[in-house]
Ligand binder design. Structure first.
Ligand code: GLC
Length: 427
């Protein structure tokens, strides 16, 4: 079970812009938050120094309040909209004003545990502080009422930009954008695969609203018409807290360890409110209406990655996924093929993302559903072999779609190949 390792490494090298890796040339010309975390783990399979740099360059964008922005605009580019002039944030390396799923601490632990260099301790100690500040920010800014679960204030914060889970909340938005929309994405990629114009209007209307509030977290929380408890973000944060707690064992204080552990206990309990027994999956909560969003997406499987479900729920998730795969054989579709909103080629409404597969496979392995974990890993590598190292894949045909030569897909290819080699050698 492998891919062309040299080709995957060559993609990371080609997308390297000096210590940070762009997701792909042109379409995404800056450093993206969760992309870089996965990419750092990919670099760690063959270039330790470069893995550290990826994380270090990401936190050059970290704000004083602890937020790690979703984009760090290290160098100008005309290929992307919305650029720094639209975000109007105050950070000295220009950044966006929202965040993305916090894979950072998980990546940090991974890079640290595979590191051999003499400076690993010092580098990890410094980055531990950044990760802790980021998790403290999530707690303060995005769970101000102390429910245990954090909310996102923009669909882009979920990393799953056009998930059907956001449809209803987005449809309720009446805000108009002030900024003129100058889409660049559809000059690089076919419009039928990308978000629609009306979605873009709403995406930018939210950016304009928050920019008008000076990106101040309490004001944003109070004013936001889009406030969703995303399953993926909370699951990823929970896993990241678990990894942060391990790092805190070496680099943190007793007070920090108990703070992290308390948050984890609260969150693990609160996850019960996201479980939908009829649908056999976790679903998002819309804080605008106080109701669960009845959309079954790959996000709903991610609590496995964080060890949240009990054994019965894990078995239900496995059975639900088997149902999806009877309709769309290439795992894991981002939206259930049984959902009428399923579209196999459109952004986050059906296609397969390798990074999500990685986390779901880790999750099933954690629950000892080894056959399913192996099936997902083998299929992910096969998708790359046959469809190219693409941004995402059609779950009905396996076709590679979106941007090509994609960094985080290459990184997952390297990681999964590494994992399977280790498993073969009993490591
Ligand atoms: C898209 C994806 C997001 C990703 C970014 C760069 O916006 O939805 O998850 O981080 O592209 O790859």
């Amino acid at each position: 079970m492998t891919i062309d390792i040299e080709a995957a490494r060559a993609i990371l090298r080609a997308n390297d812009r000096g210590g940070y890796t762009v997701p792909t040339d042109r379409l995404y010309p800056f450093q993206w938050n969760w992309d870089s975390a996965f990419v750092a783990m990919g670099w760690a399979t063959f270039d330790e120094e470069r893995a550290w740099r990826e994380l270090e360059r990401l936190v050059e964008g970290q704000w004083d309040d602890g937020m790690v922005p979703h984009i760090v605009f290290h160098a100008p580019s005309d290929d992307y909209f919305p650029g720094p002039d639209v975000w109007r944030t105050r950070h000295s390396v220009p950044t966006s004003g929202i965040t993305q799923p916090p894979v950072f601490a998980t990546a940090l632990r991974h890079v640290f545990e595979s590191a051999r260099g003499p400076d690993a301790q010092a580098r990890a100690a410094r980055l531990y502080r950044c990760a802790l500040a980021s998790h403290d920010w999530w707690d303060r800014a995005r769970d101000p009422e102390g429910t245990g679960l954090v909310a996102i204030l923009h669909p882009w914060e979920s990393g799953m930009d056009n998930s059907p889970a956001w449809d209803e909340a987005m449809a309720r938005l009446t805000l108009q954008p002030m900024t003129p929309i100058r889409r660049r994405d559809i000059s690089h990629i076919g419009a039928e695969m990308r978000p629609r114009d009306e979605d873009y209007h709403r995406f930018i209307a939210l950016v304009d609203l928050y920019a008008g509030l000076g990106w101040e977290p309490a004001a944003m929380w109070a004013a936001s018409p889009f406030k969703l408890v995303d399953v993926a973000t909370n699951a990823i944060l929970h896993k990241a807290e678990e990894d942060l707690l391990v790092l805190a064992g070496q680099f943190g204080s007793d007070a920090e360890r108990s703070r992290i552990a308390e948050r984890m206990a609260r969150r693990a309990a609160a996850f019960a409110g996201l479980w939908n027994q009829d649908r056999r999956i976790y679903q998002a909560l819309d804080l605008g209406t106080g109701t669960k969003v009845d959309a079954s997406t790959s996000a709903g499987l991610l609590p496995l990655f964080a060890g949240i479900p009990d054994a019965h729920q894990a078995a239900e998730l496995a059975a639900e996924l088997e149902n999806w795969l009877a309709r769309a054989p290439y795992p894991v579709p981002s939206t259930s093929p049984l959902d009428p909103r399923f579209e196999p080629k459109r952004y986050w409404r059906g296609p397969v993302w390798a990074v999500v597969n990685f986390m779901i496979a880790e999750g099933f392995a954690r629950y000892e559903h080894m056959a399913l974990a192996t099936r997902i890993r083998t299929a992910t590598l096969a998708l790359m072999r046959n469809g190219g190292i693409a941004e995402y894949f059609d779950p009905t045909s396996g076709e590679g779609l979106g941007g090509g030569q994609f960094s985080w897909t290459a990184a997952i290819g390297l990681l999964m190949t590494d994992q399977s080699a280790r498993a073969q050698h009993g490591l």
